[in-house]
Design a protein around this ligand. Structure first.
Ligand code: NAD
Ligand code: UFG
Length: 351
């Protein structure tokens, strides 16, 4: 934690923070593409680096269409250290935001090697490339999953960390590796942003989340049920100790999340060392509340059925967003209705 004096000092510097050149690994993915827009809108220069394993090249054109600015794109894998080094050099990057990685919990249980190779080995390769080019500012996409089973709520950054699956363990390993790195050399400035549950899509309907196959996550599943591609939402458990018995999560609009990265850039520039910061709303919403909000916001039927609990799920998980507010001056602005409307617009524009 930084003290009040440092926060005041930081806020003074924040107004003076200048334009930065930022390389986004995983820049054409769901969160990366929305963040690219938030950064371009704040006049930063952005380069998108992605192997397109879970995104599409046309995202680059859509970002240009939305912002009127061309972000250069390099197709490549983060494990290709030479390509990353060359790209960082050519672009003269000041900072990296590291989104690239695999993210499906179930898949990580079946294919742990792929997850450690992509996420952990990929991050090591990125750090080596950054070190070679003396680029020492890094923001990393971490997750609320590093808190494991909540011991208290809301979850603040001091909550103990643990992992319950290989995906979560890759996030935890990377966070620990980054802590070691920051402790080893005072040049490094590192922020781990711990996302809660991102939902929704850009208001244009041009960007959003595109899951492969049957969605694992709740919102894309709801959207596909509403579209008639799936018959009903399976509500995993209604006997949790929550107000309506269904799971409670901190759903955050992806554009708010993206703006959180933009708000964190001046802090990244000004501070040294390693910091973990939650990006959430602080508000818990249940699975049934989300289904009903989606149906009401879009005036559409969303059939659902109560099913047994999904193994590994926790009853409730929501953030204390106080640190992000105090240090970054950032707060989520958009409500559940906006998340539901934008998710449906994105779904309908997919055809
Ligand atoms: P995404 O799959 O849409 O984006 C990730 C991008 O990284 C994709 O475009 C993919 O093609 C690319 N990529 C994957 N492996 C790569 C590699 N080896 N080299 C280069 N590019 C590679 O996922 P997202 O939802 O945008 O998530 C971004 C980050 O945020 C991930 O690290 C994820 O673990 C983390 N996160 C996501 C959520 C969520 O619910 N979406 C929650 C918490 C944390
Ligand atoms: N749920 C259903 N039916 C579904 C899908 C989900 O009832 O078809 C329920 C789950 O049981 C849970 C809630 O909806 O109660 C949210 O589930 P998600 O799968 O959408 O999200 P999780 O909270 O399980 O996990 C997500 C990401 C993780 C990330 C975490 C951060 O998948 O990678 O948010 O909080 F780490």
């Amino acid at each position: 934690c930084i003290g009040v004096f440092e926060v005041v000092k930081f806020h003074t510097k924040r107004h003076r923070a200048s334009k930065m050149r930022v390389l986004l690994t995983g820049g054409t993915g769901y969160i990366g593409s929305h963040t690219a827009i938030a950064l371009l809108e704040q006049n930063h220069d952005v380069l998108l680096f992605d192997n397109l394993s879970n995104s599409q090249r046309h995202t680059v054109d859509r970002i240009r269409h939305i912002t009127g600015k061309q972000a250069p794109f390099v197709q490549g894998d983060i494990r290709n250290t030479d390509l990353l080094t060359q790209t960082l050099r050519d672009f003269q990057a000041d900072a990296v935001i590291h989104f690239a990685g695999l993210k499906a919990v179930g898949e990580s249980v079946e294919q742990p090697i792929a997850y450690y190779a992509n996420n952990v080995q990929g991050t090591i390769s990125l750090l080596q490339a950054m070190q070679q080019c003396c680029v020492y500012k890094l923001m990393f996409s971490s997750s609320a999953t590093v808190y494991g089973k909540p011991q208290y709520l809301p979850l603040d950054e001091a909550h103990p960390t643990s992992a319950t699956n290989p995906y979560g363990r890759t996030k935890l390993h990377i966070e620990e590796m980054l802590q070691d790195l920051a402790a080893s050399d005072a040049c490094w400035k590192i922020i781990c942003l711990r996302y809660f549950n991102p939902l929704g899509a850009h208001a244009s309907g041009l960007l959003g989340e595109r899951p492969n196959g049957i969605p694992n996550n709740l919102m894309p599943y709801i959207a596909q049920v509403a579209a008639g591609s799936l018959p009903f939402v399976q509500v995993f458990g209604n006997d949790y100790p929550t107000p309506d018995g269904t799971g409670v999560r901190d759903f955050i609009h992806v554009c708010d999340l993206a703006e959180g990265h933009a708000a964190a850039l001046p802090f990244l520039h000004a501070q040294n060392g390693w910091h973990a910061i939650n990006l959430g709303t602080g508000k818990g919403t249940s699975v049934l509340e989300l289904i009903k909000a989606f149906a009401e916001a879009n005036e559409i039927d969303v059939p659902y059925r109560i099913m047994p609990r999904r193994p590994g799920d926790v009853d409730a998980c929501f953030a204390s967003p106080a640190k992000a507010h105090n240090i970054l001056g950032w707060k989520a602005q958009r409500d559940i209705q906006e998340m539901c409307k934008s998710a449906w617009l994105w779904q309908t524009m997919q055809g």
